[in-house]
Design a protein around this ligand. Structure first.
Ligand SMILES: C[S@@+](CC[C@H](N)C(=O)[O-])C[C@H]1O[C@@H](n2cnc3c(N)ncnc32)[C@H](O)[C@@H]1O
Length: 236
């Protein structure tokens, strides 16, 4: 309980100091975290898993519970304070220690990962609606580049968040949100296989589950992705 409170406090402090990249007041609730982690259990073969923006580890805990003995998990976190929390949990909490040698903490923005690892599962907690359309596009290009064939990508967004924000913002902000909406719409149209509405989260959230073609097919997809980018840029 004491540890949970300490994590909430770190999250709250980071929300106030780095709102743009933290994007939420509190860590994800357990129903949302469970839905995001669900693709990890879907395969019995060894999996390479990437969690993007783990924060204090609310979703990570659910991923760890389902980690097989030959699975590998990379946690890519841009915020140094959150990365410290994750490293401490890997050292000090028994459920985390048990699999610590299968887990790496990469302290960097996901869009700057240079490695050529192909991940079977990508779970993202990024606050995409806080980012420029250009950055959202870079991040999705990176997801496609890092994806193994038929990789699962799961990420969430709060229900009706772009519509709600659009009601109270400037015209340029509305164009940015419209660009993100359009870009995500292209991704959903091509790759979404399921979506879940998590009403029990505060606020309620959509979890999107996509199946990506994988980077071996990225060249085939590249022109489509770039044309989406063009529409994104002309609207931002
Ligand atoms: C909304 S919080 C989600 C935290 C956690 N996954 C959860 O559900 O409680 C967003 C997280 O993404 C991280 N983040 C933001 N931009 C990032 C980037 N470009 N690369 C990696 N992590 C990023 C933030 O530091 C923060 O930890």
């Amino acid at each position: 309980m004491h540890k949970r409170m300490a994590e909430y406090l770190v999250f709250w402090r980071e929300f106030r100091q780095t709102f743009h990249s933290t994007g939420a007041v509190l860590p994800s609730g357990s129903r949302l975290a469970k839905a995001l982690a669900s693709p990890v259990a879907a395969d019995e073969r060894p999996q390479r898993i990437l969690e993007v923006g783990p924060g204090t580890g609310a979703v990570t805990g659910h991923i760890l519970r389902q980690l097989g003995p030959d699975d590998q998990l990379d946690l890519v976190e841009l915020n140094a304070r959150f990365a410290d929390v994750l490293r401490t949990r890997l050292k000090e909490e028994s459920a985390w220690q048990r699999v610590a040698d299968q887990v790496r903490v990469l302290e960097m923005p996901v869009e700057q990962i240079q490695e050529d690892t192909n991940y079977d599962v990508i779970v993202s907690g990024l606050p995409l609606n806080n980012f420029s359309c250009d950055l959202v596009q870079q991040i999705f290009n990176q997801f496609h580049r890092l994806a193994a064939e038929r990789a699962r990508l799961s990420f969430f967004e709060y229900v009706a968040i772009r519509k709600a924000k659009s009601l109270f913002c400037s015209a340029s902000e509305r164009r940015r949100l419209f660009g993100i909406d359009r870009m995500l719409g292209h991704e959903f149209a091509r790759w979404e296989i399921d979506r879940q509405c998590i009403l029990g989260n505060v606020p309620p959230a959509w979890v999107h589950h996509l199946q990506l073609p994988g980077n071996s097919r990225t060249e085939v997809q590249e022109s489509k992705i770039n044309s989406t980018a063009a529409s994104c840029l002309t609207n931002s």
